[in-house]
Ligand binder design. Structure first.
Ligand code: FES
Length: 195
């Protein structure tokens, strides 16, 4: 600006160093803001994910309930060992964990017996491409898949006896509570479905 004498006033001195530091500080504040914003969304999502995995994974001691109104049972009703005659097959979920199809369990009674004797259980998810197998055994006594007719022998660790599947259905140990309810006594012997 010109002064009264007509000469231009010198421009105010700018502290370059101070300006650079200020810009850097602002950048970091903006980055921190983005980080806090992302965390606010990510943390609850991660917590929910962990909770749902914890709740949906089959665990030893889980009582089993009917997966549907089939095999003489009602969906959600506990499966009693006495419900199954020799040759029967039914499908069940661990109680309270029926939101996760990988927990679907195929139970077959191969013979009479006390407790879990005579009962076997496998994943009900076909190892070919992941369809749900039929609950009822087929005429050859095999567990069969409706999609491409893979067949699994329940008397021999569900080994493949026909069709395109190249891996047995993973097995899972059972026990029976004093009240006669079939429950889980271990974990699946291998990965569920195609792998
Ligand atoms: S998905 Fe079961 S045979 Fe193909």
């Amino acid at each position: 600006m010109d002064n009264v004498t007509g000469t231009r006033s010198p421009a105010p001195e700018v502290d370059e160093h101070w300006m650079v530091n200020r810009r850097r500080a602002l950048k970091w504040l903006i980055r921190a803001g983005y980080g806090a914003f992302a965390l606010a969304f990510a943390l609850p999502a991660l917590a929910l994910r962990a909770l749902s995995q914890q709740q949906s994974e089959v665990a030893s001691g889980d009582p089993l309930v009917y997966a549907s109104n089939a095999g003489g049972g009602t969906a959600g009703q506990p499966v009693m060992a006495s419900d199954l005659a020799v040759g029967d097959g039914i499908q069940a979920f661990p109680q309270g964990k029926d939101d996760n199809q990988t927990n679907l369990i195929q139970i077959v009674r191969l013979g009479d017996g006390e407790g879990a004797e005579g009962l076997v259980a496998y994943s009900a998810i076909c190892t070919h491409l992941g369809c749900v197998v039929y609950a009822d055994l087929n005429q050859d006594g095999n567990i069969a898949c409706p999609c491409h007719n893979s067949q699994f022998d329940p008397t021999a660790e569900a080994e493949v006896t026909g069709g395109p599947a190249d891996r047995a259905l993973p097995s899972i140990e059972l026990s029976v509570t004093p009240e006669g309810i079939i429950s889980v006594a271990g974990r699946f012997s291998g990965p569920i479905g195609p792998s």
